[in-house]
Design a protein around this ligand. Structure first.
Ligand code: 5AD
Ligand code: SF4
Length: 460
């Protein structure tokens, strides 16, 4: 049996694609190996959102090629594969096949062709009509947490972003398929599902497959008439309610697009305990002038209104964000606006990036006029501001009891387990293997830079 080593860079959509590719290959005569020394086939699932990620790929293929043993088959999938296509064969020597973002259902066919002696095999075609979105238990990264894609692609075309080009237009999955998957995951004792997509709250299901149309028919545990009450609500908030009605223990969703983040999402969270108290809402910049040239579709005032509404929730919703520093034309004043927003919002975490020009995006034609030194300076300054603000924000968890899903043994300390709270903080605590997969009440006793530490106060 040929052994495949699958390596994944980038976002959760890539992680999810890899899980499905592994599921399909394992059911079609391949072995997925965690050990790269044993691999006959390397499959690299790539990211192109920033330049560094691409550089990493070039270096990685070089290392595989020069590892001193017989050269394995090397395949590239993901966003770099979609954008570069067949040019990758020229750019990186040793690549045997390239699979676009919609062609992930045909990796086996590509491998077969390479093994039959074909060279430079590329498949950048469309997704099959009957594409199988499910993931086998064995190929999921965690036995207790599962990613469920609900929308793929992006129609927003923020001027800096390559995703609309690498992942295509937004396509929502039928609500029936999503609910079917969540019910199946629940049956497999999965405790937490993440509904994922570039913009989950832009969810627009194909007609005839709206959450209210399918929910009642699928399971009696979903009250269709209950959903009817929410006629006029956004399809995403209805989907959230339908997924909540499956009874799965915890539901998280990621990423939300600020312009489409309507109050009915917060209402759904307020009314359903299993919709977790965490929202990732990327602000990108605090300056209206920059938000406009980024073409984000929100002003800082409209964004902060949504933050205020989230903060007013009785659920104490944890907020996280993404920010780009050094976008073309960003002045010191613009940057200071971003600093102010970070201080105001009190994010539990912020992912800060230096602007990286991506060929083919509208911003690529703008002068990249913030120097590398300036970008670094702003990056470091914002990190410090966020660290201080985060420290303050996280102190609210001290002495509180959080519900934590015990996911794995801690990598560093023996007899310590690690998991996520409902508010998506990493929490470490002393615990035994018997607790794995259970929801544990942990009383927080220590706040660290990016995680919390506490003692077990009970198991649910
Ligand atoms: N340069 C820097 N950061 C970027 N992101 C997306 N495109 C770029 C780019 N060209 C960041 C955004 C997005 C996150 C996933 O990556 O902040 O929200
Ligand atoms: Fe990129 Fe903007 Fe789409 Fe997010 S919403 S994937 S930043 S274009």
């Amino acid at each position: 049996m040929k052994k495949v080593y699958l390596e994944t860079f980038g976002c959760q959509m890539n992680v999810s694609d890899s899980e499905r590719v592994a599921t399909s290959l394992a059911s079609r005569g391949f072995e997925i190996t965690p050990n790269e020394e044993l691999a006959d086939i390397f499959l690299l699932n790539t990211c192109s959102v920033r330049e560094k990620a691409e550089h990493k790929l070039y270096a990685r293929v070089g290392r595989i090629r020069n590892s001193g043993r017989e050269k394995p088959v090397i395949g590239i999938m993901g966003c770099v594969a979609q954008l570069e296509g067949e040019t990758l064969f020229k750019k990186i020597s040793g690549v045997d096949f390239v699979i676009g973002t919609k062609a992930v259902g045909r990796v086996k066919e590509a491998i077969d062709r390479v093994l039959d002696g074909d060279r430079d095999v590329a498949d950048l075609g469309e997704r099959e009509r009957n594409y199988d979105w499910s993931v086998s238990d064995a190929q999921r990264n965690s036995p207790y947490v599962a990613f469920v894609p609900i929308i793929e692609g992006c129609n927003k075309f923020c001027t800096y972003c390559i995703v609309p080009f690498s992942r295509g237009r937004e396509v929502s999955l039928p609500a029936s398929e999503i609910i079917r998957q969540v019910l199946e995951l629940r049956r497999q004792s999965v405790k937490e599902v993440h509904l994922i997509g570039q913009n989950v709250n832009s969810y627009r299901p194909p007609s005839g497959s709206e959450p209210s149309a399918v929910a009642g028919g699928l399971t009696q545990s979903i009250d269709n008439s209950g959903l009817e009450k929410f006629r006029g609500a956004t399809p995403f908030s209805k989907l959230l309610r339908a997924v909540a009605a499956t009874g799965i223990e915890r539901i998280k969703f990621n990423t939300s697009f600020p312009r489409d983040f309507h109050a009915d999402i917060v209402d759904a969270i307020n009314e359903n305990e299993n919709l977790c108290n965490w929202v990732h809402l990327p602000v990108q910049s605090g300056s209206n002038r920059i938000l406009k040239t980024m073409r984000r579709g929100h002003t800082i005032e409209s964004y902060l209104k949504k933050i205020d509404n989230l903060k007013a929730s009785k659920r104490e919703i944890s907020l996280t964000t993404d920010i780009i520093v050094g976008f073309p034309g960003e002045t010191v004043e613009d940057f200071e606006e971003t600093v102010k927003v970070v201080e105001y919002c009190g994010y539990d975490a912020a992912y800060i990036f230096k602007y990286s020009p991506r060929p083919g995006t509208p911003a690529f034609k703008m002068a990249d006029d913030v120097t590398a030194e300036e970008k670094t300076e702003r990056f470091q300054r914002l990190e410090t501001v966020q660290r201080n603000s985060q420290n303050k924000a996280l102190r609210r968890y001290l002495n509180k009891t959080l519900e934590v899903l015990a996911e794995k043994p801690s990598s560093r300390v023996a007899e310590q387990l690690s998991g996520h709270s409902t508010c998506h903080k990493v929490v470490n605590f002393q615990g035994s293997a018997a607790m794995l997969g259970k929801i544990v009440n942990v009383k927080i006793s220590e706040i660290k830079a990016n995680s919390l530490y506490g003692e077990v106060a009970g198991i649910q």
